[in-house]
Each structure stands twice: as structure tokens, then as C-alpha cells.
Design a binder for this molecule. Structure first.
Ligand code: AP5
Ligand code: MG
Length: 197
């Protein structure tokens, strides 16, 4: 495996409101930096598709635009991180942490493992564009949360529960805002510039 140019782990949190491009930009970062992708949304959707007990329980929250309870997510996280092999060049946390409680748990875990988080990237996109992106995706995605009513609820939940995570990382001096409007490549250019600093 090629080692990323930092020769140390880069553990990046990609954050921002629903539809801001977390998944899209994660895919590009994985390719460039050989990072491991940890997306709680994708893990939960896999459980839903497999109709596991966890998936069925989680979909009750997801389809209404609510967050699943912290305990459920923290179990999933702890299991996944501890399974990682020590040589991994780094991790992208996509859509996690979503509450201050999750952020505190993540910081404790990563510090204990001596794999501290590097940076939280906050992809900023106006709500009108977010709604357009998600409604367009909803035409084909089959996601139970890509409909107007649930999208609006997700945006509200983001403001109340997830936006405070930005302040938490600001206090740790690990926060960076990135303009999330433009072409996918333009936005990726902004992220690379930030990570190269
Ligand atoms: P999650 O899966 O994390 O979804 P989300 O945050 O709502 O965001 P999305 O995945 O919809 O969007 P994205 O930011 O990844 O953007 P994307 O690249 O796809 O979470 C889903 C649910 O699971 C939550 O609501 C919650 O219930 C639960 N959950 C997950 N994690 C949790 C946690 N930690 N705690 C508690 N609950 C949790 O792009 C969106 C669309 O826009 C795509 O169609 C894309 O092609 C398009 N697009 C991307 N970039 C651009 C661009 N530059 N210009 C135009 N279109 C673009
Ligand atoms: Mg996503």
C-alpha cells in the first residue's frame, strides 16, 4: 500500500449539513490519501438493507430525519476502530461525530489509541442548494430520508444537534470551514490545499 505523504496518520472529520458533499468528497480523499472511510450513515444503511435488528431499529429514526441514539453509534464506532490495523494511513470520519457527546467519545478513544484526530472540515452549503441536491438524489437513491419533509427535519436536527460540534473542534483548534459550493473538483481542490498546509 502506498503511504500518504504525511508519513503519519491523518484522521479527518468531514462534517456539514445533509447533502453538503461529505460522501462525494470522502471518495476523492480516500483515493488520494489511501484513507479508510468510516461513514456511520453508510454502516447504518447496510444494516437496514440486511434487515438486521440494529438496522430495523435505526431506520425508525433515520426515516423521520432524527439522529439514532448516541449509544448505538458509539458501539458501532468502537468496534470498527479497534479492528483497524496499525499501519492504516488514516481515517475519514464521515457524518460522525454528530453530537457533542459523540465528539467527546471520539476524542477520548482516538487519544487513548494514540491516533489523535487531525482536523474537522466543515463543508458549507446554503440550505436551498442542499434541498435541491437531496431532492434530485431522492429520485433514484431509494433512501428513506430523501423526501422533502424528512430533508427539512434533517436540516433542523443538524442546526440543533450537530452544529455545536463545530464549536467543540474550534476550541480544540482543529476546525476549518470550506466553501462547499462549486464543482466537485473545485471543492476537492480547496480540501487538498487545506490538508497540504
Ligand atoms: P448520513 O448518511 O450521514 O447522511 P447526511 O448527513 O444526511 O448526508 P448525506 O449522506 O445525505 O449527504 P452527504 O453530505 O454525504 O452528501 P453527498 O456527497 O451524498 O446520515 C443519514 C442518517 O443516518 C442521519 O440522518 C441519522 O439518522 C443517521 N446517522 C448517521 N450518522 C449518525 C450519527 N453519527 N449519529 C446519529 N445518527 C446518525 O452529496 C449529496 C448529493 O449532492 C449527491 O447526489 C451528490 O452527487 C450531490 N453533490 C455532491 N457534491 C456536489 C456539488 N459540488 N455540486 C452539486 N451536487 C453535488
Ligand atoms: Mg453521505
Amino acid at each position: 500500500m502506498q503511504i500518504n505523504r504525511y508519513k503519519k496518520m491523518i484522521n479527518v472529520i468531514i462534517s456539514g449539513a445533509p447533502g453538503c458533499g461529505k460522501g462525494t468528497q470522502s471518495a476523492l480523499m480516500i483515493e488520494k490519501y489511501q484513507l479508510i472511510h468510516f461513514s456511520t450513515g453508510e454502516l447504518l444503511r447496510k444494516e437496514i438493507a440486511e434487515k438486521t435488528e440494529l438496522g430495523l431499529e435505526a431506520d425508525k429514526y433515520i426515516s423521520k430525519g432524527n439522529l439514532v441514539p448516541d449509544e448505538m453509534i458509539i458501539d458501532v464506532l468502537t468496534k470498527a476502530i479497534k479492528q483497524l490495523n496499525g499501519n492504516c494511513p488514516g481515517i475519514i470520519f464521515d457524518g460522525f461525530p454528530r453530537t457533542v457527546k459523540q465528539a467527546e467519545e471520539l476524542e477520548t478513544l482516538m487519544n487513548e489509541l494514540q491516533k489523535p484526530t487531525t482536523l474537522l472540515i466543515d463543508l458549507q452549503v446554503p440550505n436551498r442548494e442542499l434541498i435541491n441536491r437531496l431532492l434530485t438524489r431522492g429520485e433514484t437513491s431509494g433512501r428513506s430520508d430523501d423526501n422533502l419533509e424528512t430533508i427539512k427535519k434533517r436540516l433542523d436536527v443538524y442546526e440543533v444537534k450537530t452544529a455545536p460540534v463545530n464549536d467543540y473542534y474550534r476550541q480544540l483548534n482543529k476546525y476549518a470551514a470550506v466553501d462547499g459550493v462549486g464543482t466537485v473538483e473545485e471543492i476537492f481542490g480547496r480540501i487538498v490545499e487545506l490538508l497540504n498546509r
